[in-house]
Structures are given as structure tokens and as C-alpha cells.
Design a protein around this ligand. Structure first.
Ligand SMILES: NC(=O)C1=CN([C@@H]2O[C@H](COP(=O)(O)OP(=O)(O)OC[C@H]3O[C@@H](n4cnc5c(N)ncnc54)[C@H](O)[C@@H]3O)[C@@H](O)[C@H]2O)C=CC1
Ligand SMILES: O=C(O)CCC(=O)C(=O)O
Length: 490
């Protein structure tokens, strides 16, 4: 029997209604603050398959009417959602910090980004959706137009609880699809507050639905149900492969954004202050829990020691703590699972011969004992065969590696199975061009950190980082629509 403290209970959002009364308390799981496990943020429902099917049916029923609105009409709904969301940025950001631990500063930035993404895609309702193509028949008119996929399942992770769902939902809706969101369990309440903005904006019933619960139940059903025409996923490579296999099996369209093992190359002529700042921000912000996080720091041997000293000076001063405390620079890992994974990578690195320069444990501060904290961690003497140079850690761990020539640096940068983001710090144009040309990554950033994406630009990776598709900006149209080629003759 669950004993409830005074915290709100959250249920699914299906067919334009919050389903709050129809489920028993036995189906509720407590969401606890990763900065303090004693604090319960709320209780969230664990759905069963029949509830996923109800949401899918609702999305299917609302499909034709939604698709038949003009893009401008759908855009007006998104503008309304953005306005409502903007009023709630502070509240939603605080929920995000309490629920998954990122600092309030970052949470507010992310919530504001959510509003901007909604407005960007609202405008997309008035932009072109086809091309005229010359026909070889002089009496014919040939052109393309785009139609929605139909019902889209959005499976999202916990590390960007607003930005990622929004950058999937907003383009899905503007191009005429209806949506079922299945958020990560670790960020369910933030997702519910996001979906409430759509509710308040009075989107037609069934156009957007939220089904909370386990990936193995809700996610699996979205992958299996024939009525779901497209699935967009961000998360681990393990689950990404499950999504891809299931979608291929029944001919659904799918899109995957997965891991990264992103390198920053620090060339001999780099501005070291700038490179240190970017390495810290890129690698340790959000406690390293970004697929774009910097995890391999590949430094020219001539400046290696100087760079290392400057880096350590700053890392030592980073304040770890509860993300709601404004002095905190870095919050906890989002969950116990995540914390255990990070700690086990740190142990493996030590066993495999990397030298621990800083961090590597939980902070001493007794006030942090109830949370999933880990110190910002820096390893030296890392070589590319070590596990921490190969696998995604998703934690605040930097691996320092040394290089002699630019060829070697590029070889090291490419010597992993991922290819999401990469950056170089240099003043030399030929170094820059070399990296732009040779590094296998979907995003190359020069004199800028590996993380941080802009909503109007394509986002995605090479190799195992994605399904070779791109999200955000105009690129989103490729996934959320199908092209129809039209030929007309009088
Ligand atoms: N690329 C990125 O932004 C992210 C990468 N990750 C990576 O994944 C690792 C594990 O994190 P998790 O939260 O466990 O990621 P995950 O891949 O298990 O979860 C992502 C989403 O998939 C759902 N899911 C889980 N199993 C499923 C299944 N069988 N079918 C359909 N959906 C399913 C989850 O409920 C969640 O909504 C992290 O340490 C990190 O390396 C995690 C989150 C985001
Ligand atoms: O770097 C960013 O702002 C986005 C990163 C991201 O999408 C992710 O970690 O999943």
C-alpha cells in the first residue's frame, strides 16, 4: 500500500482530457528529487497497453480534421501554446530542476528555448511545402506537395525534458500530424506541465496526447501499433535499435537521435582561456548529460601541460549542489541509475590505467548526501582503446588525450563509433578546413563548444549517433511529411 505525502498526482492526457480519476493509487509511482531523495515532487501514473491504444485511437480520429486545417490555422494554435508556455517558464523550469536536477539557470534557458521552437514552427505553417518541377510534357504541370505521416509517436528522454519533446511535437503538429508523447519516466511531471499548455490553448481533442509509464510498455506499444505511422526517438543506442527494428518490421517511418562521444581538439595556436571555458561548459554543464557533451579533450603536446593546469584551476572552483541554489554550477545526475553508470565508468577508467587528476567521487558535503551527486572529474593519460575514450558516459567526466600532428588529432576524433558533434580551437584556417572536411560528425563547431544547438539549424549525427536523418529547422519537414509528386494535364 503506497503512503502518499502531499504532492500532486499526474495522469495521462488523452482525447483532450486529463485522466485523473480513472486510475487507482496502486498505479502511481513517486517522482523524487535527484538532489534530495527525501523530497517527493509528485506521483505519476504507470500506464497499461490499453491506455496507449486509447491515446492512439484518439490521435487517429482527430487526424483528418487536423490535417485539413490550413497551415496558418495550425500555426495559430502553436502561437497560442507558446504564449501560454511563456507565462509559465519560471514554474516549469523549477519543476524541471526538481525533477531531473539541472540548474535553474539552465532549466530557464531550456524553457525559453521551448517557447522559441514553438514560435519557429508556428511560422512554418505559412512557408512553402513543395516545388514546381519542369515536365517533359509541354501541356503538363508537375509539382510536389507534402502530406503528414498521420499519427506520430514521440519517445523522449529526460535530459532535455522540454526542448526535445517540443522540437519533435511542434513540427509534427504544424505539418498536420497528430501526436502521442511518451516522456521518460524521470521527467514525466515536466512533460505533463508542457502538455497542459496545449490543453489550455484548446487544441482539438486527440491532436496531442500524453501517455506516461515504462518504455517497455508504452514505448513498445507505440512501436507495435499499426496505427502509428511514424516514431521519433531520442535516447540510448540500445533502445534506438529496438525502435528501428520494430518500425522496419511493420513499415513505419522512424527517426533516431542517440549517443555521442564528442571530441574537442585544442591546437597549438588555440586561445587557451577560450578553449578551457568551452571544454568546461561543453563537458560539464548539465552534469555532462547531453548527447552533444564534450567528453574527449584532444590537446596538442606543446600546450598540454599549460592547458591542463588552466583547466584544473577552473574545475576545482565549480560549485556542485542542488540546482535550485543559485550558487550551484552543476547539479546531480538525474537518477540513481545514471549515477551508478557514471561511477562505474570512473572505476573502469582507473582500472584501465587512466590517471585521475580531479574528482572521481561523490562530494564530501553532508548536505548533498541524499542526492545523486558526483564531482566534476578529469582523467589524464587517456588512450583511445580505453573504455572512457569509447563509450558514452553521460556524466561530468573529461578524458584528456595528447596529439602531435593534426592528422593524429583527426584520427583520434574519428576513432569512435559515434559522430554527433566535434569542435576545434585554433586560429589557423587550414586546421579549421581540415576538421570541417575530415571529422565524421553531423555538427562541426570552430572555436565553440561541442554542445549547444540552434533551433533553426539541422541537428543530428553520423555513424551510430543517429538514423542519418536530421531534426530541427527546416530539416524536420523531411521526417514529419511524405512527398507527393503531382502531374496535371488539362
Ligand atoms: N541522446 C540523448 O540525448 C540521450 C542519451 N541517453 C543515453 O542512454 C543512456 C541510458 O539512459 P536511459 O534513460 O535509460 O535511456 P533510454 O534509451 O532507456 O530512454 C529513452 C526513452 O526511451 C524509452 N524506452 C525505454 N525502453 C524502451 C523500449 N523498450 N521501447 C520503447 N521505448 C523505450 C524510455 O522510457 C525513454 O522515454 C544514458 O546513459 C545515455 O548514455 C539517454 C537519454 C538521452
Ligand atoms: O546541445 C544541445 O543543446 C542539445 C543536446 C541534445 O539534444 C541532447 O543531449 O539530447
Amino acid at each position: 500500500m503506497t503512503t502518499f505525502v502531499n504532492a500532486k498526482k499526474y495522469g495521462n492526457y488523452v482525447n483532450g482530457k486529463w485522466v485523473l480519476d480513472d486510475f487507482e493509487d496502486e498505479t502511481l509511482n513517486a517522482i523524487r528529487n535527484p538532489a534530495n531523495q527525501q523530497e517527493i515532487i509528485g506521483y505519476v501514473h504507470e500506464s497499461i497497453i490499453a491506455e496507449v491504444d486509447q491515446a492512439i485511437d484518439a490521435a487517429e480520429r482527430s487526424q483528418i480534421a487536423w490535417r485539413n486545417l490550413t497551415g496558418a490555422e495550425r500555426g495559430d494554435y502553436l502561437y497560442r501554446v507558446a504564449d501560454i508556455f511563456e507565462q509559465k517558464i519560471d514554474m516549469i523550469a523549477e519543476t524541471m530542476t526538481r525533477e531531473m536536477g539541472k540548474t535553474l539557470f539552465e532549466a530557464k534557458g531550456e524553457a525559453a528555448r521551448g517557447v522559441a521552437i514553438l514560435r519557429y514552427y508556428a511560422g512554418e505553417g505559412l512557408r512553402k511545402n513543395g516545388d514546381v518541377i519542369p515536365s517533359t510534357d509541354r501541356e503538363g504541370l508537375m509539382f510536389t506537395t507534402r502530406v503528414p505521416l498521420g499519427v506520430v509517436g514521440v519517445i523522449s528522454p529526460w535530459n532535455f525534458p522540454i526542448a526535445i519533446p517540443v522540437w519533435k511535437i511542434a513540427p509534427a503538429l504544424i505539418y498536420g500530424n497528430t501526436v502521442i508523447l511518451k516522456p521518460a519516466q524521470e521527467s514525466t511531471i515536466t512533460a505533463a506541465q508542457l502538455i497542459d499548455c496545449f490543453h489550455e490553448a484548446q487544441l482539438p481533442a486527440g491532436v496531442i496526447n500524453l501517455v506516461m509509464g515504462k518504455g517497455s510498455t508504452v514505448g513498445t506499444r507505440l512501436i507495435e501499433n499499426q496505427k502509428v505511422n511514424g516514431i521519433t526517438f531520442t535516447g540510448s543506442n540500445r533502445v534506438g535499435r529496438i525502435v528501428a527494428k520494430g518500425a522496419i518490421e511493420r513499415g513505419a517511418k522512424y527517426q533516431l537521435e542517440m549517443g555521442g562521444k564528442n571530441p574537442v581538439i585544442i591546437a597549438a595556436d588555440a586561445d587557451l582561456e577560450q578553449a578551457v571555458e568551452a571544454t568546461i561548459s561543453g563537458g560539464l554543464r548539465s552534469t555532462g548529460q547531453k548527447c552533444t557533451a564534450t567528453s574527449r579533450v584532444i590537446v596538442h603536446q606543446s600546450i598540454y601541460d599549460e592547458f591542463k593546469q588552466k583547466l584544473l584551476e577552473k574545475v576545482r572552483k565549480l560549485q556542485v549542489g542542488n540546482g535550485l541554489d543559485e550558487k550551484t554550477w552543476m547539479g546531480p545526475c538525474a537518477s540513481k541509475n545514471q549515477w551508478q553508470t557514471v561511477m562505474s565508468y570512473i572505476e573502469t577508467a582507473k582500472k584501465e590505467g587512466a590517471t585521475l587528476l580531479f574528482g572521481g567521487s561523490t562530494p564530501d558535503d553532508p548536505a548533498l548526501r541524499e542526492g545523486f551527486f558526483v564531482e566534476p572529474t578529469v582523467f589524464d593519460d587517456v588512450i583511445s582503446t580505453m573504455t572512457i575514450a569509447k563509450e558514452e558516459i553521460f556524466g561530468p567526466v573529461l578524458a584528456l588525450m595528447k596529439f602531435d600532428s593534426m592528422e593524429e588529432a583527426i584520427h583520434l576524433a574519428n576513432d569512435v563509433e559515434f559522430g554527433l558533434s566535434a569542435s576545434i580551437f585554433t586560429k589557423d584556417i587550414s586546421n579549421m578546413l581540415n576538421v570541417i572536411r575530415e571529422v565524421e560528425a553531423g555538427m562541426i563547431r570552430i572555436n565553440a563548444e561541442t554542445a549547444g544547438v540552434e533551433l533553426q539549424a539541422p541537428f543530428g549525427g553520423m555513424k551510430q549517433s543517429s538514423s542519418h536523418s536530421r531534426e530541427q529547422g527546416e530539416a524536420a519537414k523531411e521526417f514529419f511529411t511524405s512527398i507527393k509528386t503531382i502531374f496535371v494535364k488539362g
